[in-house]
Design a protein around this ligand. Sequence first.
Ligand SMILES: *[C@@H]1O[C@H](CO)[C@@H](O)[C@H](O)[C@H]1NC(C)=O
Ligand SMILES: *[C@@H]1O[C@H](CO)[C@@H](O)[C@H](O)[C@H]1NC(C)=O
Ligand SMILES: *[C@@H]1O[C@H](CO)[C@@H](O)[C@H](O)[C@H]1NC(C)=O
Ligand SMILES: *[C@@H]1O[C@H](CO)[C@@H](O)[C@H](O)[C@H]1NC(C)=O
Ligand SMILES: *[C@@H]1O[C@H](CO)[C@@H](O)[C@H](O)[C@H]1NC(C)=O
Ligand SMILES: *[C@@H]1O[C@H](CO)[C@@H](O)[C@H](O)[C@H]1NC(C)=O
Ligand SMILES: *[C@@H]1O[C@H](CO)[C@@H](O)[C@H](O)[C@H]1NC(C)=O
Ligand SMILES: *[C@@H]1O[C@H](CO)[C@@H](O)[C@H](O)[C@H]1NC(C)=O
Ligand SMILES: *[C@@H]1O[C@H](CO)[C@@H](O)[C@H](O)[C@H]1NC(C)=O
Length: 490
Amino acid sequence: MLLLAIAFVAGLMVEYASAKDVYYDWHITWVNAAPDGFERPVIGINDKWPCPQIDINVGDRLIIDVHNDLGNQTTGIHWHGLYQYMTGYMDGTVGVTQCPIPPGKKMRYEVEVNQTGTYWYHSHKMGQYPDGLRGAIIVHDPNAPFEYDDEFTILLSDWYHEQMVPLVEQYLSENSDPATGGLEPLPNSALVNDAINSTIKVEPDKTYLVHLLAVGNWPGFAFLFDQHNMTVVEVDGAYVDPYPVGDKNLRIATGQRTSVLIHTKNDTSQNYAFWTIMDLNMMFVYENRTIPQGYNPNATAWLVYDETKPLPPAPIIYEFDFVDDLDFVPADHEPLLEPVDHQIIMDLNSAEVDGGLVRFVINNQTYIQQDTPSLYTALELKSQSESDLSAYGEVNPYVVNYGDVVEIIVNDYHSNLHPFHLHGHDFQCLQRTAPDGGYFDGLWANISATPMKRDTLMVQNHGHFVIRYRATNPDKSFPLYRSRVVNSIC
Ligand SMILES: *[C@@H]1O[C@H](CO)[C@@H](O)[C@H](O)[C@H]1NC(C)=O
Ligand SMILES: *[C@@H]1O[C@H](CO)[C@@H](O)[C@H](O)[C@H]1NC(C)=O
Ligand SMILES: *[C@@H]1O[C@H](CO)[C@@H](O)[C@H](O)[C@H]1NC(C)=O
Ligand SMILES: *[C@@H]1O[C@H](CO)[C@@H](O)[C@H](O)[C@H]1NC(C)=O
Ligand SMILES: *[C@@H]1O[C@H](CO)[C@@H](O)[C@H](O)[C@H]1NC(C)=O
Ligand SMILES: *[C@@H]1O[C@H](CO)[C@@H](O)[C@H](O)[C@H]1NC(C)=O
Ligand SMILES: *[C@@H]1O[C@H](CO)[C@@H](O)[C@H](O)[C@H]1NC(C)=O
Ligand SMILES: *[C@@H]1O[C@H](CO)[C@@H](O)[C@H](O)[C@H]1NC(C)=O
Ligand SMILES: *[C@@H]1O[C@H](CO)[C@@H](O)[C@H](O)[C@H]1NC(C)=O
């Protein structure tokens, strides 16, 4: 009776729940942790690590005071996948939308969350989040177009025993083969939920909504549950028509999120492994590296039905047969955006630049750090000169007009795959080649009338992708100056 009464009251609360402010006070601090058994300093929140998951409801306003208590590094936090409609200055992208938060200072982020599904937050200060400063954001939706009994989150990441500052320094100083583009440091472990040997307690005969997030530094992941079929219902915050994965595998690139439904077994006679592997071909095949003896790219974790029963080993996978995410159909069936107002072609490659160092280039140019974040430059300009590219300095900007349908083509001339993330929007994915599938040469005949949408997409080596979005996320300027002057320095 008591349980029923509580359920009834909870039901009423959901019914009458309205948008609310969700407040967090975060001190960014160094903490010691040993997720894979090796202890090292990591970046945590309020002296704890792993960092907390944010759970909010659609319509809520997230208010987060971020105090930089690191002492020896600046920071800034990006809310990956949240559009920041009209609030680009809250995007947390150090050097683009804000100056970094110096040690001892604080910045208040305010984000009105008008989206549903799976997102994440992470430091957007060069190379910092793989030292630990990242976590999931789940935006609950009382009107989700599918039913489930409960939900849980699985974070996938690569992990390093050394800190990012020395690793990035080593990577950038490496004098390597232009054909391969520099040898990224090898991760020491793959983690599931920031640990080795993670377990998740499940109940029999229930439908679970599982949020899978790749929050690592470099390689993507293949993923499967042993003997539990997945049905994909959301990618990067966009609901998709339910897509049964069947006997195939999921592949999730860094920055991507995929939510699946699974139904648990009817009895508790055994526990089941789930298994993930870092994208090995990013590390070895194309990089002329040999696999060090005993190197383990896998992580195994378990769905636990009964704690007294053993944890079985992961199934051995002999062959990968990945679901092609371009086969998903967005649940809103948004028609193909056309006509295109503005086409941008980006040729990605690695090349020798000054001193023989190898750097990634787009259209033959390296990334150039802005002296002043580009958003500040744009806001300080008179409207008639916003499209004057020279106003931004030598940062290779593109300016698009409000409302434009923008088509971006990425040709990957490099011998490795690369995920791309667009801030402030999701985009339609029109076409993408298989590995070695060649460069853009016009649109294929088989473009979907309702292309898959997401905010992060992987391009294959020696291949290309084509995406479109409508540029409908302008900025309003005035609170910017407050956050700029009070909270951060460039
Ligand atoms: C994980 O489990 C394996 C196999 O049971 C065990 O050998 C290993 O020590 C465990 N590692 C950690 C960090 O718990
Ligand atoms: C900053 O301080 C932490 C904690 O003492 C230390 O582990 C780390 O190496 C320092 N990083 C830099 C870049 O100085
Ligand atoms: C929130 O999303 C709904 C549906 O897409 C839209 O109608 C509304 O204008 C949005 N509100 C804001 C503040 O973005
Ligand atoms: C999973 O899906 C495959 C392909 O549709 C099917 O053959 C298999 O029986 C399913 N397995 C379970 C445990 O439902
Ligand atoms: C599990 O039980 C539910 C109802 O209790 C039933 O609908 C379902 O068919 C059962 N599944 C299996 C695999 O026995
Ligand atoms: C690396 O491998 C590629 C492709 O197999 C080959 O073309 C290239 O010459 C190799 N580079 C080195 C330095 O061995
Ligand atoms: C990782 O998993 C793959 C696929 O099951 C397996 O072939 C390989 O032996 C595993 N590697 C290690 C080090 O356990
Ligand atoms: C980049 O450089 C290559 C070789 O120098 C040249 O063929 C190509 O046209 C350049 N691409 C762009 C976009 O400038
Ligand atoms: C679409 O057509 C192109 C060219 O014929 C082909 O390479 C590609 O695999 C097709 N894509 C799908 C999803 O059928």
